[in-house]
Design a protein around this ligand. Structure first.
Ligand SMILES: [Zn+2]
Length: 312
């Protein structure tokens, strides 16, 4: 089924503490962000609401180092908790306030990943990539090519996150507790094999989670990253959407959100087999955001937490 809506990193050094230690350190900050949050500024267009990384394997990042957000820039409550409290869905930056934006791209790698990396390098913009990990498995036709692209994403210093293995969704009659767990851990193993880091950031396919999947994600130490700056590029910039195809509308979507709300934002576009036109719009998206005073930050800075751990 084609998604009708959907579909975003900088890691605070975790090696000194280990993931659990780092998690504990930021618990206070995070717990504050989780309670009493304002939800659903996310998908202003009525869509289903649905981290950049200092990779140990990739060497020093070219992007701005993660730093504690100045107190005056501290974000208000930004993540939403399910009533059960089993997990959190992060739609904006818990650790930053003000005019900042995290760029993020789903469904990669793709034939356009290298073009996207070149654009991000040219614009000196960090981004988070949420990878469809089945493309990295040995039975995928472009296995070697796609793995090499993921390596280049990590080496460029961008956040490498999970978008699950199958992309069939973590919610619905087709899944069981075991299959949800497998969909997450298989993706983690494949990504860790390439980057040497286990991603602990994930965007659920179609943005969909339920109590069970959030509980599993929590057990597996995953931060569930959604978005609040929708571009609808799956509609306006996808080669398989002939009827709606109109890439400049991606910019209209961004303008519409900027006109009615302020950051921090987590943006979403795609890096899929159908995303050539969308990727070509990325320089204009970045220019538009910057012309409105926004700074592109890493997912780690947005979260104020690590996004991955060593593979070990
Ligand atoms: Zn997706």
């Amino acid at each position: 089924m084609k998604a009708t809506s959907y579909d975003p990193n900088r890691r605070v050094p975790s090696h000194a503490l280990g993931w659990r230690g780092a998690t504990l350190l930021v618990t206070t900050l995070f717990a504050g962000a989780v309670s009493g949050c304002s939800l659903d500024q996310a998908n202003a267009e009525g869509q289903i609401p649905a981290a950049h990384q200092e990779s140990g394997a990739a060497g020093p990042s070219p992007f701005v180092p993660v730093s504690a957000a100045p107190e005056k820039n501290k974000a208000p409550e930004t993540a939403d908790a399910l009533p059960s409290g089993t997990g959190v869905r992060i739609k904006t930056c818990p650790a930053r306030g003000g005019k900042v934006v995290v760029l993020s791209f789903d469904d990669g790698p793709s034939p356009y990943t290298d073009s996207l990396l070149a654009i991000l390098k040219e614009k000196k913009a960090p981004a988070a990539f949420f990878l469809k990990a089945k493309k990295l498995a040995k039975d995928f036709p472009k296995y070697d090519e796609y793995r090499a692209r993921v390596k280049r994403i990590a080496e460029a210093g961008h956040a490498v996150c999970s978008h699950t293995f199958s992309h069939s969704g973590l919610v619905g009659p087709h899944v069981t507790e075991a299959s949800v767990r497998e969909d997450i851990t298989k993706a983690e193993d494949l990504i860790a094999d390439i980057t040497g880091r286990r991603p602990k950031c994930l965007r659920p396919p179609f943005g969909d989670t339920d109590e069970r999947s959030l509980k599993i994600l929590k057990e597996l130490d995953y931060q569930v990253i959604l978005w609040n700056l929708n571009t609808d590029d799956w509609r306006y910039g996808s080669s398989d959407r002939e009827k709606d195809f109109d890439p400049p509308k991606i910019l209209d979507m961004v303008r519409k959100t900027l006109d009615k709300s302020e950051g921090p934002f987590i943006h979403i576009q795609h890096d899929s087999e159908e995303s050539e036109a969308s990727v070509k719009m990325v320089p204009q998206v970045i220019d538009l955001l910057r012309s409105r005073g926004y700074t592109t930050i890493t997912l780690q800075e947005c979260l104020g937490r690590p996004i991955d751990i060593p593979k070990l």
